[in-house]
Design a protein around this ligand. Structure first.
Ligand SMILES: Cc1cc2nc3c(=O)[nH]c(=O)nc-3n(C[C@H](O)[C@H](O)[C@H](O)COP(=O)(O)O)c2cc1C
Length: 212
């Protein structure tokens, strides 16, 4: 009889221990699964962060009459991997057109005429891009009027535009003000003026500091 009671008690204890074991195993399993879900979610979030940066489409769009701004644009392409697009005037600027010592030269007259909008030869599609580096030479302290033609022809609202220019000595501020006032819906990023002596290292450092 005693033996039977002892066997019964042992049996009950074994069953209770078994139940406790199953319950705690289930709890552990649930916890482990939750941890995995959290980890998966975190890694997705970080993928998205990276994706956003990597997915931004960059274009370097420039006008250059004598090649200096073009060279800077090529350095920016090298630094960013963006698409290089030239703004080509319908009527090419000749040396005499560019003679700033002559009040009657084409460039001087255009810069003095607020309505001047020199035509652009090529079709440029900006829709695709999130970030546009826009480059030009300084003419009479300002943007060449063909850049205003470009702005008239494209909807750049809500895009980020990073300006760059080249000049003999004039800084970018005058042209930046003109552009900011011309279209207030664009996210103009204060850019930089480069001399004809610039090089790949200077441009790459500038691009890296911008962090776009
Ligand atoms: C019509 C004209 C006006 C210019 N005005 C200025 C100026 O106001 N300040 C300046 O520092 N350089 C001035 N320059 C020099 C150009 O900005 C400089 O040479 C520029 O790097 C040329 O770029 P590009 O070769 O891409 O055309 C002028 C050049 C031209 C043709």
């Amino acid at each position: 009889m005693n033996k039977k009671i002892i066997a019964l008690i042992v049996g009950v204890v074994v069953i209770v221990i078994g139940c406790i074991g199953v319950i705690s195993f289930n709890k552990k399993l649930k916890f482990t699964n939750n941890t995995n879900i959290t980890e998966t979610k975190n890694s997705n979030e970080s993928d998205n962060d990276n994706g956003t940066t990597n997915d931004k489409k960059v274009a370097i769009i420039y006008f250059s009459a004598t090649g200096t701004t073009k060279r800077v644009a090529e350095y920016i392409k090298e630094a960013t991997g963006g698409d290089l697009i030239e703004i080509i005037p319908k009527e090419k600027y000749t040396d005499s057109d560019l003679n700033y010592e002559n009040n009657n030269s084409r460039a001087t007259k255009e810069q003095n005429d607020s309505q001047a909008r020199p035509e652009i030869l090529n079709n440029i599609n900006t829709d695709f891009y999130d970030i546009i580096y826009l480059g030009y030479p300084i003419w009479w302290g300002d943007v060449p009027k063909i850049i205003l033609t470009f702005l008239d022809n494209h909807n750049l609202n809500d895009k980020s535009i990073i300006l760059f220019c080249t000049s003999g000595s004039t800084d970018i501020s005058g042209s930046l003000n003109t552009l900011k006032n011309y279209n207030k819906n664009v996210n103009w990023i204060d850019g930089k003026r480069f001399s004809s002596m610039t090089n790949q290292d200077e441009i790459t450092n500038w691009v890296n500091k911008l962090n776009y």
